[in-house]
Design a protein around this ligand. Structure first.
Ligand code: HDD
Length: 742
């Protein structure tokens, strides 16, 4: 019952004296919490001892209709502390206040020292059986379906940093197999900075913000990073990869993934094979251009995270093929002269083709970011029978590091019991007690041998077990801190990578180095990195040196001309359009029949149409406006189409926003529309339109006859735009070597 004392002609203001808050729009009878949305359902969970717990499948740990304390006692109030009178001091006996604040004070855990910012998704992996000849891993047998959880990440930035930093991306996959959990903890770049894990703290300290001011955040464009990589030239290969477009992906969905190291597989007959793992996105491998990346970080710092979640929620489930390159397991562990234990080297796909062994589909968003994406704990030592590590010194160091880091991050040794980390295979590990123990272990004999528990658990036969014992002759040698001579060449493969790129990609590389080194304060650092570039490619070095206003040095090494590997370029062929976004600029004068047809055509192509209009709400014919001129920015769209009116500067037809005016001489065109089109043009995106679209283009100084600009009578222009979009961008608009921001 309201005690409202406000005069009848005034709107009561909730919170004013005597005014009760209005009834909620959705008053609810006490009821159980809602179940998770169908697309957020988690994989079946098992207890640490292996029994299925149907109750935990939903990951919905809250139950009951009433608010309670953590101990389950019902509460009648949670907005006011228990006080000695309404204006009196808070009483120490308010255990609800104490508990609520105590829990809040401890809501954060330390962020990951690297890969702090990430986004995750659930999915399923289906093997095609092609790997069955080389591994006995059960989940790789034909037709076997395995639940997975994937976490994508940037490396350098903090948890709250922006998604489009120029950086390597993590691509970590947890396969919940029947034989134990297998983690493939990879990156979107197939080579690594360093050859030995002992250097990991060095490279990370160099890449992280400067210790005095803690800037810059989430980027490598600063002195300490370039100081390190120019001094420690084995880092040049990795650095070149993320100076290339791979460092600014269009989406997590359009990234390749790589296991980086060489792994050893073993089949049922005991034969071993060396392999490298590859993830190939069915969506294609696409990137943004640098100016877009900079803009995205301001306009939508959650761009990648949102894109992944939106696509999954919309049912556009991203898919990757898992593939392996296989190499004979020879004593020297090399292939075609390439040392397979050197993680700074690739084996070109032309020499060892990637054979597809299964497909992964990401089909459910996490229900709770913290419980799943934050608490998931990957470890390259999570291996299953049939898959083992090699002597790669980087991988061996990782085997120590990942368990160790979880102790700090997740607060104790029982992190495998967290729902997202629980194996879906039976676990009988004899590990006991410790912080955050959540299992109630039965039995009295967690040791072996025992007789009191009937000798249980039993040991598996060697053929069923996880480790692969390959009789290997280790060279008689004193203990030494050294690496093999085959690790010494730091430049040939970097040149191979650069020379395999398309000219426009090479342009991007030159611009990226020029930008990054341009942000370095120390001239010595810039000069030293130029020396490394001179050793990789003289033309590249000259371009960067010119941009920096420095002299290009002469090379200090002589490299053989590499055979390019076309597979390294991202600009190959055409790709599916699923999930690409098309912005449709419209206004109240647009022909809504044409507009509706355009939306349908875009939908039919598997793409996402987003209507952009001067104001929100609906257009006169009822079509929903999804973005306004204020909220839209070109970076959100893969292509832009001007649907109809586009504001002729005459009285006959209303303008897009006649009020706004435009300095270019097209007073009917809103400058924000001009900006949208100019940016889409600069970033090589397909642009189309009909009716008066030409005037909007002219206002944006977009030539009607430019490559990738399609004007027509109506929505049929979308057909041609879709063809253009299938190659991602209209690169020929600005041929390589042309000036401009791309
Ligand atoms: Fe690492 C996290 C990938 C070398 C130490 N790493 C981490 C993640 C990915 C990688 C994807 C994030 C996992 C997640 O989403 O939770 N790391 C790699 C790759 C490497 C590599 C592909 C080389 C081929 N890493 C590497 C070395 C060391 C580490 C050499 C230490 C010796 N990495 C860690 C870590 C992290 C980690 C500090 C931080 C959080 C975590 O492990 O769980 O332990």
């Amino acid at each position: 019952m309201s005690t409202n004392t406000t005069p009848a002609n005034e709107v009561p203001i909730p919170g004013s004296p005597g005014v009760e808050p209005p009834a909620l729009a959705e008053p609810t009878e006490p009821r159980e919490p809602l179940p998770p949305k169908p697309d957020q359902d988690a994989p079946e969970m098992v207890t640490p001892t292996g029994s299925p717990t149907g109750a935990q499948k939903s990951l919905n740990s809250q139950s009951g209709a009433y608010l309670t304390t953590a101990q389950g006692a019902r509460l009648y109030e949670t907005d006011h502390s228990l006080k000695a009178g309404p204006r009196g001091p808070i009483l120490l006996q308010d255990h609800h206040l104490r508990e609520k604040i105590m829990h809040f004070d401890h809501e954060r855990i330390p962020e990951r020292v690297v890969h702090a910012r990430g986004a995750g998704a659930h999915g399923v992996f289906v093997a095609n059986g092609a790997a069955a000849g080389v591994t006995k891993a059960g989940f790789l047998a034909s037709g076997v379906e395995t639940p997975v959880f994937v976490r994508f990440s940037t490396v350098v930035g903090s948890r709250g940093s922006a998604d489009l930093a120029r950086d390597t991306r993590g691509f970590a996959t947890k396969f919940y197999t029947d034989e134990g959990t297998f983690d493939l903890v990879g990156n979107n770049i197939p080579v690594f900075f360093i050859q030995d894990g002992l250097k990991f703290p060095d490279v990370v300290h160099a890449a992280k913000p400067h210790p005095d001011r803690e800037i810059p955040q989430a980027q490598s464009a600063h002195d300490t990073f370039w100081d390190f990589v120019s001094l420690h030239t084995e880092a040049q290969a990795h650095t070149m990869w993320f100076m290339a477009d791979r460092g600014i992906p269009r989406s997590y969905r359009t990234m390749e993934g790589f296991g980086v190291h060489t792994f050893r597989l073993q089949n049922a007959a005991g034969e071993t094979t060396l392999v490298k793992f590859h993830w190939k996105p069915k969506q294609g491998v696409h990137s943004l251009v640098w100016e877009e990346a900079l803009m995205v970080n301001g306009a939508d710092p959650d761009f990648h995270r949102r894109d992944l979640a939106d696509a999954i929620e919309a049912g556009a489930f991203p898919e990757w093929e898992l593939g392996i390159q296989t190499f004979p397991d020879t004593p020297d562990e090399t292939f075609e002269g390439i040392d397979l234990l050197d993680p700074t080297k690739i084996v070109p796909e032309e020499l060892a083709p990637v054979q597809v062994i299964g497909t992964m589909t990401l089909n459910a968003n996490p229900t709770n970011y913290f419980a799943e994406t934050e608490q998931v704990a990957f470890h390259p030592g999570h291996l299953v029978p049939g898959i083992d590590v090699t002597n790669d010194a980087l991988l061996q160091a990782r085997l120590f590091s990942y368990l160790d880091t979880q102790l700090t991050r997740l607060g104790g040794p029982n992190f495998a019991q967290l729902p997202i980390n629980r194996p879906q295979a039976p676990v009988n590990d004899m590990l006991r007690d410790g912080m955050h123990q959540s299992a109630v272990h039965a039995g009295v004999a967690p040791y072996r041998p025992n007789s009191l528990d009937g000798g249980c658990p039993f040991l598996a036969g060697e053929d069923m077990s996880t480790y692969i014992e390959v009789p290997q002759e280790l060279p008689a040698s004193a203990k030494r801190r050294e690496k093999p001579a085959s690790f010494d060449d730091h430049f040939s493969q970097v040149r191979l990578f650069y020379k395999s790129l398309a000219p426009v990609e090479q342009d991007h590389v030159a611009q990226a180095y020029t930008f990054e080194l341009g942000k370095c304060y120390e001239e010595n650092v810039r000069k030293r990195q130029l020396q490394a570039l001179a050793n990789i490619d003289g033309d590249l070095c000259a371009k960067v040196a010119a941009g920096l206003g420095l002299q290009a040095p002469a090379p200090t090494v002589e490299l053989a001309e590499p055979e390019p590997s076309p597979a390294l370029s991202q600009l190959r062929g055409t790709w599916p359009l699923a999930g690409r976004t098309v912005g449709i600029v419209a206004d109240e004068a647009s022909d809504e029949d044409a507009l509706a047809k355009a939306r349908e055509a875009i939908h039919a192509g598997g793409m996402v149409p987003l209507i952009i209009a001067p104001q929100g709400g609906k257009l006169p014919g009822g079509l929903p406006v999804q973005r306004t001129y204020l909220t839209a920015r070109s970076v959100e769209f893969d292509a832009v189409v001007v649907a109809g009116s586009a504001a002729p500067a005459t009285d006959a037809a209303p303008g897009l926003d006649a009020k706004a005016g435009d300095p270019t001489g097209y007073p009917g065109i809103d400058p924000r529309v001009s900006l949208l089109l100019a940016e889409a043009y600069r970033h090589c995106k397909p642009i189309g339109g009909w009716d008066h679209a030409g005037q909007a283009l002219a206002a944006a100084s977009v030539p009607e006859d430019a490559a990738g600009v399609v004007l027509g009578e109506g929505p049929e222009v979308l057909e041609r735009m879709a063809e253009l979009l299938a190659t991602h961008r209209v690169w020929e608009r600005f041929p390589a070597g042309a000036e401009g921001d791309r």
